[in-house]
Design a protein. Sequence first.
Length: 606
Amino acid sequence: MPSNAPVPESEVIVERGSTPQQLGPKLNRSAGDVVRFLLLQGEMVTATQALSDDMIELFAAEIGARVRLVDPGEEQEAALRARYFGDESQEDVDDEEDLRPRPPVITVMGHVDHGKTLLLDRIRETNVVSGEAGGITQHIGAYQVDWNGHTLTFIDTPGHEAFTAMRARGASVTDIVVLVVAGDDGVMPQTVEAINHAKAADVPIVVAINKVDRDDADPNRVMQQLSEQGLVPEAWGGDTITVEVSALQSLGIEDLLEHLIVLAEVLELKANPEAPARGAVLEANLDVGRGPVATVIVQRGTLRVGDPIVAGPAWGRVKALINDQGDQAKEAPPSTPVQVLGLSEPPIAGDELRVTDDLSVARAVGGAREQRMRFSSFAQAGAASRSPGAKLEDIFEQISRGETATLNIVLRADVQGSLEAVTESLRKLERDEVRISFVQRAVGGITESDVDLAAASGATIIGFNVRPDRRARELADQRTVEIRTYEIIYKLIEDIHAAMVGMLAPEIEEVVTGDAEVRAVFRVPRIGAVAGCYVTNGVITRGSKVRFLREGVVIWKGAISSLKRFKEDAREVQSGYECGIGLTDFQDLKEGDVIETYEEREIPRT
């Protein structure tokens, strides 16, 4: 094709990751034209190599063409959605006689450590907060509460600033927001952020002023701060309901529930339970034994066992519905939170779940989305391989030399919500001199393929609430790939930021001393569950710190309380032998689980 041919006048749609062979003809140019131009810009590419967004846009600007970049498969997916679901820009309109009252969906928001989970704890009369790492809610949870003949659905969203996207999702499916503000702390940055989410979703806000039992609590100061944010309390002539509560002392809880019920009646919330079901995915993870599990709030229609469904790239048929009490349900009407089993893979938190006419429709739409995401991932990995990554401790050195450093990351997390939150937190740390590139992001334990990918692209592996298995650790040592694992998001963000400013603290190296595989589980009177194990690596020592892993995901941390060889107490058991292991306060033992013991040693930075 002649290089002086006129470029297309209209906007040209170009898929991300296109090669010069694919890009050239679309712009009336040859692959050689693209390669020669990029060579002059200092970019060594071949005709079959995937191009970055910048390269495509640079070439288009050079020849005066207008391009619109789309993810691979995006056009195909849009056509499929239009074919099967019609015009989705039009809201579903139900006849008035088909509508039925539904419970309100209430989202609990607020600043970290202001008592949201404990408040909900009191309402549910259970104890969620004790299971959180460091007492911080890190996943989203949805629960139904029956009180005085009324049903209320609560969504508990994490308060840490990193989980902005999760809170935004909570606000998008909610009818009422309960904003928890500590009476002694007052309005904090994430309180303002939660207010903005609620206002953007155009939902009423009820303020729970918590910790009023404390001596330094000052509700009047809180109300003054709320007024400055546009939330004028009713007591001051405004229209914002404020309730003084103490989650610790169980004060004001019934008053809060009463206000929520009255407000829900005023809103006259209704939905059509007979329409094709549609809902929002709040959380998703891969569960051993149950497969992909998605936590969903049903927004319209009734979701039933056996329904063909699609949610993002995931598709399938509903095998089971688990309610918030852990019991199986046959159906889930509007405003009901359920765990959905039967999807082909964990969907992405925030995806819309909808029932389709049949399984072939779900498979077609989900398959098109999966293809688009896979091509997008390949394009990202290809771009990362062209940008050699710096090790975490080397970043500051590169910045000091005036170079632009790229931190390539392979990110693994236990659930989709955490994955998204960590991603957003790390992206906020980017500066002109430091770029962060995600070579791969996925849910589940750290595997050998992650190490291979990290080695090929010069990436650091970061695990959040997950661990590498033994083979992945050994391969990482051989290929000098850095693996960093975290269980508190503050620490993760602090480490990356500290590396950027050259202030990385002494590293606490965790030396794995032994691995044992659970081969059988025994129930011993007055002791509880004891794991019959085979030591596969190292030495298991009584009193060691221990992580309990299921499919590479950390589900418990503690210590070994008892260690027996046959019926005799043992101080340690070597690799290749069987033993009985009792854990300090953990009973959920299953065959195939791995008990990993470790020591912590401080390594000063050089």
